[in-house]
Design a protein around this ligand. Structure first.
Ligand code: NAP
Length: 316
């Protein structure tokens, strides 16, 4: 039997990494095997991945030596950082640098770096249409990831730069699901006007990433954007209404109002949605669902995702 190419997956117990581990395991004849990286090999989620057939290995993205050990002998790696655990763009850059360094040191042949646009190319810091955050960012969790692109390139790591989209799971876990307004009616709230948000089922991110590893060399050095579907807030509300069997409205607020919501990261997300709104063509254009479907033929639409997950959306 041919030796399988090992893909070391950072964030394996999370959304992006977990979906890639499952995609690899669900294709036993695909020629790849999954090495799931976690800080705690004894957690329930880590044990679940081991049960599915992943090799589970400990490493911390704050510790480059642990990453070198975890990437050793692998063919490739999936690299992702976790902005919403610490809200520090500098930490994201340091963690991405550690992953790129380990990938270089271990001679990996294909790395996927989960990244975004540098929004400052569209909205320079001097542009006051949105506030500058932390002194040097417009959308910190985008700009920092984009800065880290250069680290992978400068170290000569064979990298595919993967631009992901808004997870529809945010409606379940991230407090972005329908909420009752003062009128007692359910509504989703985004500062998007009538512009479209590229969205995706988190599980499809890993399937697309797996498609990139399978296609291999043609994607090295390339930037690939993925989405399941591009939908306006009103279209999302309509699909939610149909799926939930009760009316869900779309509450269009201004980015200023969104930034002032006060939850952790609200300013960054307010700027992010404003960027998506004001540069809809560029942002949607960089995330073609047909490209994603080419990588992952089972790519879900929002309605398809809702049919499976609607009961998990918390309703007040
Ligand atoms: N929410 C969205 O709509 C969206 C869309 C696109 C992109 N993103 C980006 O996605 C990124 C997060 O990815 P995700 O959603 O897949 O994360 P996630 O589901 O929150 O999972 C994070 C996993 O990473 C592991 N982890 C955390 N800190 C670590 C560390 N220091 N070293 C090693 N592992 C660590 C944790 O596993 P253990 O506890 O097992 O170690 C955890 O299970 C963010 O940077 C965000 O910007 C989010």
């Amino acid at each position: 039997m041919a030796v399988k190419k090992i893909i070391a997956v950072v964030g394996a117990t999370g959304a992006q990494g977990g979906s890639l581990v499952r995609a690899i395991i669900n294709d036993p004849n695909g020629g790849f095997s999954a090495r799931a990286i976690t800080r705690n090999v004894d957690s329930d989620k880590a044990k679940e991945l081991a049960k599915l057939g992943a090799e589970v290995v400990a490493a911390d993205v704050d510790d480059v030596e642990s990453l070198k050990r975890a990437f050793a002998g692998a063919f490739g790696a999936y690299c992702v950082t976790f902005f919403f655990e610490h809200f520090s763009p500098e930490k994201e850059i340091a963690q991405a640098t550690a992953m790129a360094t380990a990938a270089k040191d271990d001679g990996l042949q294909h790395v996927i770096w989960s990244t975004f646009e540098d929004t400052r190319k569209w909205v320079p810091l001097s542009d006051n249409r949105m506030p500058t955050l932390m002194g040097k960012y417009k959308v910190a969790h985008f700009d920092a990831k984009a800065e880290a692109n250069e680290v992978f390139s400068e170290l000569g790591v064979p990298t595919t730069f993967l631009r992901t989209s808004f997870y529809w799971e945010n409606l379940i876990y991230f407090g972005q699901g329908p909420k009752k307004g003062p009128d007692g009616k359910l509504a989703i709230t985004f500062p998007m006007g009538d512009k479209k948000i590229p969205g995706i089922a988190a599980e499809d991110i890993g399937k697309c990433a797996y498609g990139i590893f399978k296609k291999g060399r043609e994607f090295i050095g390339k930037t690939v954007g993925i989405a399941g579907e591009h939908l306006t807030g009103a279209q999302m509300a309509e699909a939610l209404s149909k799926a939930l069997g009760q009316e869900v409205g779309y509450n269009d607020v201004s980015p200023e109002v969104y930034r002032a919501f006060g939850f952790p990261g609200a300013e960054d997300l307010g700027n992010m949605f404003q960027f998506k709104r004001d540069f809809e063509q560029d942002y949607c254009g960089a995330r073609n669902p047909d490209v994603a479907r080419g990588l992952n033929p089972s790519l879900q639409t929002f309605a398809g995702w809702l049919a499976q997950h609607k009961s998990r959306i918390p309703l007040e």
